[in-house]
Structures are given as structure tokens and as C-alpha cells.
Write a protein that binds this ligand. Structure first.
Ligand code: GAL
Length: 427
């Protein structure tokens, strides 16, 4: 569970940092108003509804900063599956973009430890951003009193998207979520008996995405978070039971899962009425909308059974890399991202909720309005697959083990590989 840092404590921490640094950092002092030329922005929002989100943000950027030209450096592949290694190589070889997408939390820590991104505390101060972002998010972005990136949005990982038609055909009431994992599995049996795929799944990171949500459901938020902060023993019987639950659920997925390349083809199976359910982050909401599907009629959504009252969280944020070619342009980009107009335009198209707390819910879909409410009141858990819970090296090891499990089904092997990674990386 993320701790909530009181706003005052945070403001004091930022203030101390500013007092101590005394200026002189040329990149963060660049002038966004007089900047010209191209601003190269690195993301993995390269196609479909994800690109539509980026396009909406770029439109606001173009309006707000007429002297600058957005350069799209996106590398395709959901969850940064290809982008993160390309980025690492570019940073390593001294070829940073003007800004890159990084998840709030442990993933950001990697770039901080490698001294690859600038402290943006002075930008936060100038734009008074501590007043508009939730304190839990600020804490997730702050390291040793310094804050290194600007959040564009908050996504929820633990959502099931379901086909109304497939559920009704299987005799399941689409308006009511199963009470827990067992009840959900019982419904999956009914879908299977009706001749449809119960749960749509793809390969690579999407399996990690499902894995984290079954762990969360099976263990509960506290023990789940303990997997990442050392509080839960990966070798314990409760973790064995959670991995067995994952194994059970995997048994209801499409047999060609490993050959589906990314999340969108799996979500598409639900849209097409070929599968009943897909566990996916709420970027799926943007895809349903883009494809003209109507919530409540074509599809329904609820938290993964057993995770009601928990918001499995991740946030995209943007950085000022050390050695960025156009730092004034970067700061202009960060201004757009943090502005009310930028946050509203982007999140409307992306399915996520604004990081800013002063956005007007009426501007957003019914799903997003419910997510805004839940983010305020739910227990927050950090996403594994999307950088909130663990650093990239740990995630990569776990991803390999989870993907191997897709063919081996060997619970003991997955558990001991995950325990070994925790032993190596947990601090
Ligand atoms: C996440 C990212 C989301 C969305 C998703 C699928 O890691 O935070 O914004 O892009 O991957 O690609």
C-alpha cells in the first residue's frame, strides 16, 4: 500500500531542496517561452487508441507553443515492451530524447540512480504543481526530496472488460460482478460450456498483467504489496496458493495466447464476441470507445473479482533527460502535460484519469468518472507490469519466469524463480 505523505511535509521537502541547490542548473533554467525548433518525445504510444491519446496531447502542445515542433519518437509495443530497451540504449550512448515516458515509482528510480534525468523541483515550484497533484502520486514521484518527472495520467490495471453478448449467451448476468475469484471461475466454466473462450489473453507483458492481478486478488493488497517491499515471503504457502489460482485462470484462456503479440488483439476478442473477458488496464476503455462500442450495451467493466475497493495503480510521467538537445522545448512539453487543458484532452482520449485533482469529471466518460471516485477512496496497490512496484531489471526477470510458465505450467518453478528475484532485488 502506498503511504500518503501529508502535503505540508512534501512542500517542506521540496522547499529544502530548492534552498540547497542555489540555481545554476542550465537545463532546468532553460526558457520554454523563447525555445524554438523540434522537441523529440519518446513514448510507446505508437498506434490505435494509444496514438489517439498522444495526438490529443500534441494538439494542445501545438496550440500552447506555436514556436515549437513536436517530433514523434514513439517505439511501438504495449507497456514499453520494445521501447524501454531502445531508450536504455539511446541513453547509454548519450543520445537522449527531449523527454521520455517513464512510470511513476520504481521504474523512475532506475533513471535517477543512473543519473540520466534532471531534478524538476524548480519546475514544480514555478508551476505550483504540488497543489494540483495528489500527495500519494507526488510521493511516488519524489526521491530524497527531489521530484523528477511530471505525470500525465493515472491508469488502473485491475479491470475486467466483458462482452455482454457472450455473458448473456452463457446465462450469466452481465450487470453483476462475480463476488470473488471462485465465483468468477465458476462463470468461466459456464462460458466454456457455451463454446466460447472465457478469458482473452495475449503473450509477453499481458501475462504479467494478468499475473499481478490474480496475485492481488488472491493475496489482498497488503500481502501483494509485501511481495515488492519484502513484507511477504515469496516461498510461503499463501503465495503457492496464489500462483495456483493464476494457473487455474490461465486454463480458461485462448490456447493461442503466446502468439498474440499485444494487448489490443486480446481485447479485440471481447469486442468481437469471441471471448467473454479480458483483464486489461483502462487504456482498453479508449479502444472500446474508439471502436464505437457502448458501455453497458456492448461491454461492461468491473474490478478483477476479489480486488473491489483496491485500485491497482500506475502513472505515466515525463522527464527532462540529462543532455536533452532542447531543454526549453522539454519544459514547454512538461507545461502542456501538467496544464488543465493538456490533462483533459489527453485523458479523455486515453481512458485514464487526469493526475490533476482539479479536472472536471463531467468532461469524462462514465467509466473514468467511476475511476476518479475510486482513486480517491480505494486502497492503492502498485502495478508490477507497469513500473510502479519494481525496477526494470526485476520486472524483466519475473516476466521471463511468467512467460515460461505459459508453456511449462510448473508452479514450483515459477515460485522459486520469483523468490530468487525478490531475494536479489528487494531492498
Ligand atoms: C502502460 C502505459 C499505458 C499504456 C499501456 C499499454 O505501461 O502506462 O499508458 O500505454 O502500457 O501500452
Amino acid at each position: 500500500m502506498m503511504r500518503h505523505l501529508p502535503k505540508l511535509a512534501l512542500a517542506a521537502a521540496v522547499g529544502l531542496t530548492l534552498a540547497g541547490c542555489g540555481g545554476g542548473d542550465t537545463a532546468t533554467e532553460a526558457d520554454p517561452e523563447s525555445a524554438t525548433g523540434q522537441v523529440g518525445i519518446f513514448t510507446w504510444w505508437a498506434d490505435g487508441s494509444e496514438k489517439a491519446g498522444l495526438d490529443a496531447l500534441v494538439e494542445v502542445f501545438n496550440q500552447q507553443h506555436e514556436n515549437l515542433e513536436f517530433e514523434n519518437l514513439a517505439v511501438a509495443g504495449g507497456a514499453g515492451s520494445q521501447a524501454k530497451s531502445v531508450l536504455a540504449a539511446n541513453l547509454q550512448s548519450g543520445n537522449p530524447p527531449d523527454s521520455f515516458q517513464a512510470h511513476a515509482g520504481a521504474e523512475l528510480q532506475d533513471y535517477i540512480d543512473a543519473d540520466q534525468i534532471e531534478d524538476l523541483s524548480s519546475f514544480y515550484e514555478e508551476q505550483a504543481l504540488a497543489d494540483v497533484f495528489p500527495s500519494s502520486l507526488m510521493e511516488n514521484l519524489t526521491v530524497d526530496g527531489q521530484i523528477y518527472s511530471v505525470p500525465s495520467n493515472v491508469h488502473r490495471s485491475n479491470v475486467v472488460w466483458s462482452s455482454v453478448e457472450v455473458l448473456e449467451d452463457a446465462g450469466i448476468d452481465p450487470s453483476t460482478a462475480p463476488a470473488d475469484l471462485d465465483a468468477w471461475i465458476a462463470d468461466m466454466e459456464k462460458v466454456k460450456a457455451a463454446g466460447k473462450t472465457p478469458l482473452a489473453l495475449a503473450g509477453s507483458w499481458t501475462q504479467v498483467h494478468l499475473f499481478e492481478n490474480i496475485l492481488l486478488s488472491s493475496l489482498g493488497p497488503e500481502a501483494y504489496s509485501g511481495l515488492w517491499n519484502g513484507g511477504t515471503d515469496w516461498n510461503s504457502a499463501e503465495v503457492t496458493a496464489a500462483i495456483e489460482d493464476y494457473d487455474k485462470v490461465l486454463g480458461f484462456t485462448n490456447s493461442d495466447r503466446d502468439s498474440l503479440s499485444d494487448w489490443a488483439p486480446a481485447t479485440q476478442l471481447v469486442e468481437d464476441g469471441a471471448a467473454a473477458y479480458n483483464v486489461m488496464g483502462d487504456w482498453a476503455q479508449a479502444k472500446f470507445e474508439q471502436d464505437g462500442k457502448v458501455a453497458g450495451e456492448d461491454y461492461v467493466y468491473w474490478p478483477v473479482p476479489g480486488t473491489d475497493g483496491v485500485f491497482n495503480y500506475l502513472a505515466d510521467s515525463f522527464t527532462l533527460p540529462k543532455g536533452a538537445p532542447n531543454p526549453g522545448g522539454t519544459l514547454a512539453w512538461l507545461q502542456t502535460i501538467s496544464s488543465p487543458e493538456g490533462q483533459t484532452a489527453f485523458n479523455k482520449a486515453k481512458g485514464s484519469i487526469p493526475a490533476r485533482t482539479d479536472a472536471d469529471p463531467a468532461d469524462f466518460s462514465e467509466y473514468q468518472q467511476s475511476a476518479m471516485e475510486d482513486f480517491k477512496s480505494d486502497t492503492i496497490a502498485p502495478s508490477l507490469a507497469h513500473g510502479a512496484a519494481v525496477p526494470i531489471a526485476w520486472l524483466n526477470e519475473l516476466s521471463t519466469a511468467v512467460n515460461q510458465f505459459s508453456t511449462s505450467g510448473d508452479v514450483a518453478a515459477l515460485q522459486s524463480a520469483a523468490a530468487a528475484s525478490a531475494e536479489k532485488f528487494a531492498q
